[in-house]
Design a protein around this ligand. Structure first.
Ligand code: DGL
Length: 277
């Protein structure tokens, strides 16, 4: 059956982090409608087992597909790393785009011989998907990685500027990124979790201009645009976004605005009935 080009693009994350990807999508695809689902009731994904993350990801994707979408963006590195293949299989009639591959491409575009450091959730680092995606692009590349689970919590709290935030950020990159103390460490830092771009500006200030801080938002939006175009699915009207969360809609609306860099007018509670464990 022909897909309706005016259906929205579905985007999901475990929480508000994926809004950093939605911001890039809205910028690159201003004529599209979006429906964003934050699975706030079950966040974090990044400390859970692969089987659980896959189950959550299937349910979140299924809930969006049931509402009617024309494409699915997995705006969560943890879910992309663990479940992208399963989602692409289950929802084979939809364009399914994740964030790991685009993030790896963005990093390879700027990385020099010092290599790349990936910061992500425990699950993403342990599963090695980023490392594999980077080495697939550049087989001899030096790739370092570290889980930064605290950064997700910090981000979901709004990522406020404070001395404690700086301490936690610096602890995450300790020894892994080029600095005066570690001149041989990689000069490219990949934010391999969609929550982390809220710290981008501060990180850049803390690390200095020699370090390139990369995230997957822009390249992911580019991949989505290419996928829609190649399937003749681009819309020429629209530009609206709807927001759904599995818990804490008021909080999502308030704190989510910092991730989206825009105010959020309305958040619908996606009842637990839709997402059956
Ligand atoms: N934003 C998600 C990611 O990109 C993870 C946050 C979480 O642990 O749920 O990995």
């Amino acid at each position: 059956p022909m897909t309706d080009v005016n259906l929205p693009i579905g985007v999901f994350d475990s929480g508000m982090g994926g809004l950093t990807v939605l911001a890039a999508l809205r910028q690159q695809l201003p004529q599209e409608d979006f429906v964003y689902l934050g699975d706030t009731a079950r966040l974090p994904y990044g400390t859970k087992s692969a089987a659980t993350v896959e189950r959550y990801a299937r349910q979140a994707a299924g809930a969006l597909v049931a509402r009617g979408i024309k494409a699915l963006v997995v705006a969560c590195n943890t879910a992309s790393a663990t479940a992208l293949r399963a989602l692409a299989q289950e929802f084979a009639s939809w364009a399914v785009v994740g964030v790991v591959e685009p993030g790896a491409l963005a990093a390879c575009a700027v990385a020099d011989s010092s290599g790349v450091t990936v910061l992500a959730t425990e699950s993403t680092i342990a599963g090695g998907a980023y490392q594999r995606a980077l080495l697939h692009q550049r087989p001899a590349m030096r790739v370092l990685g570290r889980p930064c689970p605290l950064w997700v919590t910090l981000a979901e709290q709004g990522g406020d500027a404070s001395a404690l935030t700086d301490t936690i950020l610096l602890d995450g990159v300790r020894g892994l990124v080029m600095s005066e103390q570690t001149p041989d460490a990689p000069s490219t830092l990949v934010l391999g979790c969609t929550h982390f771009p809220v710290f981008r500006k501060r990180l850049q200030q803390l690390l200095g201009p020699k370090v390139q801080v990369i995230d997957s938002a822009q390249t992911t939006a580019g991949s989505v645009a290419t996928a829609l175009q190649s399937e003749g699915l681009l819309s020429d009207r629209g530009g609206n976004s709807q927001f759904l969360a599995t818990d804490g809609v008021e909080r999502f609306q308030r704190v989510g605005a910092t991730f989206l860099a825009e105010s959020i007018s309305d958040v619908e509670l996606m009842s637990q009935v839709m997402i059956i464990d």
